[in-house]
Design a protein around this ligand. Structure first.
Ligand SMILES: *[C@@H]1O[C@H](CO)[C@@H](O)[C@H](O)[C@H]1NC(C)=O
Ligand SMILES: *[C@@H]1O[C@H](CO)[C@@H](O)[C@H](O)[C@H]1NC(C)=O
Ligand SMILES: *[C@@H]1O[C@H](CO)[C@@H](O)[C@H](O)[C@H]1NC(C)=O
Length: 413
């Protein structure tokens, strides 16, 4: 089984298994979180063309859950409709917290951590009771920063991200992304370091040709090992076969699943279009252990996705519109909207395992007040006939000296 065809195209970081591995978790909640994250992933793939995409479904689901609590009206309804759940539904927040705890439980030698943060402009007047309510739902404290000191605020947030991704993502918010108008930033950070249960022998790694989707080839280092793997094959609704192989990590709670179409020319979209939590658990449920020679690229990837278009395509339009976004549950004094939604991911896959990190952020800004023009000084005016572009005095412009219009009276020549 050669997996070179799927190389570096699409990867999903942390799909929460439905009904397997994690003890006593609520399968519905993990399925909802995963399915929503996958929906966003499909949109990201569609808007990103042929590039490599690494995506963290859990990250986007986490920040949008926080966003739900700050929005009202249509803005909130659109988010809930796309996510297909309300964070305020009975029992949901506790189930999410439980899931989070299980994800964070120590797994032998594998390391996994994730954290959410909400940064709010220090002196913003919040709706009464927002802070304790937010704490009640998410059990996480609101961090107050001063965005008017843009660089300092950016440093504080980037530092938080860097610490929670063990240094892998050091510059989440680039220069100029935080300014006087920034009022809130929601962030999820995720870090994973897993060792293969069946490591690849380093001497088995050689350069081989990798076939890109455009028909060209590149020579890349590929790892190889012969072993008994859990594998299966499936058929897409469009009639294409693909192989699936499971690469478990050391602690046996996490695995990487790799799906590769048989035919080189089959577009990966045939797979991504049908991918959801249930399909992945069907893969897992249909696996059998069989000896295979597995050849897999050794790679590291960085990907950055602007989530605005993908989220809009899923119906969450109002939050991006300064005139329509409704953040009335956060603040009824400020007119706010989502000015940016982004995700950065880094992943490295080699003979010993995987190191990966992702950060998802939503930046909420105040609507810029319309620029004022107050004519309270002497002014100059020109009367111009627009169709001809001529001043009314035939071809001559008619500038009126500043001093001529003292109290806003028109000066007639
Ligand atoms: C194969 O799947 C079974 C059942 O989930 C699991 O116990 C086993 O560790 C897996 N083995 C490999 C090599 O993936
Ligand atoms: C195996 O796959 C089929 C679809 O091909 C699915 O209907 C079935 O539920 C799967 N079995 C398990 C145990 O997941
Ligand atoms: C794989 O990558 C990790 C993290 O960068 C590194 O610690 C490890 O030594 C690498 N293993 C091999 C075999 O190159």
């Amino acid at each position: 089984m050669k997996l070179s065809r799927v190389f570096a195209c699409l990867s999903l970081l942390l799909i929460i298994g439905v009904g397997d591995s994690l003890p006593q978790h609520n399968p519905q909640v993990s399925q909802m979180v995963t399915d929503f994250g996958m929906k966003v992933f499909r949109e990201v793939v569609q808007t990103s063309g042929d590039g490599n995409v690494v995506f963290s479904p859990y990250g986007i689901a986490s920040v949008l859950a926080m966003l739900q609590l700050t929005t009202g009206g249509n803005t909130r309804e659109q988010i809930q409709a796309a996510m297909e759940y309300s964070i305020e539904e009975k029992g949901l927040a506790p189930a999410l917290r439980k899931l989070y705890k299980e994800l964070m439980a120590p797994w032998n030698k594998d390391e996994f951590s994730t954290a959410n943060a909400i940064f709010i402009q220090r002196d913003m007047e919040l709706v009464q009771g927002f802070m304790p309510y937010f704490f009640k739902v998410f059990r996480s404290m609101i961090k107050q920063v001063d965005f008017t000191e843009g660089e300092r605020a950016r440093f504080i947030m980037n530092d938080w991200v860097q610490r929670h991704t063990k240094g892998m993502i050091s510059n989440l918010l680039e220069e100029g992304t935080v300014d006087q108008l920034t009022k809130m930033v929601l962030v999820n950070a995720l870090y994973f370091k897993g060792q293969w249960k069946l490591p690849f022998p380093t001497k088995g790694t050689h350069h081989r040709l990798f076939h890109k989707s455009d028909g060209s080839t590149v020579s890349v280092p590929m790892m190889a090992q012969t072993n008994k793997f859990n594998c299966t094959e499936f058929l897409t609704p469009s009639g294409h076969y693909y192989d699936i192989v499971e690469l478990p990590y050391h602690g046996d709670t996490l695995s990487m699943f790799i799906a590769a179409p048989y035919e080189k020319e089959m577009p990966l979209s045939a797979l991504t279009n049908i991918l959801d939590a249930q399909l992945i658990s069907q893969w897992k449920g249909n696996m059998t252990k069989a000896p295979r020679l597995l050849i897999l690229p050794k790679f590291s990837l960085e990907s950055e996705a602007d989530l605005k278009r993908p989220l809009e395509n899923l119906g969450m339009k109002d939050m991006f519109r300064p005139g329509q976004a409704d953040f009335s549950r956060l603040s009824d004094k400020e007119m706010l909207y989502v000015s940016q939604a982004l995700q950065k991911v880094k992943i490295e896959v080699n003979e010993s395992g995987t190191v990966a990190s992702s950060t998802t952020a939503i930046v909420v800004s105040a609507r810029m007040a319309p620029q004022e023009i107050i004519v309270d000084r002497p002014f100059l005016f020109v009367v111009r006939h627009n169709p001809t572009g001529e001043g009314l005095e035939n071809t001559r412009w008619l500038p009126i000296p500043l001093s001529c219009a003292p109290l806003g009276k028109s000066c007639l020549y």
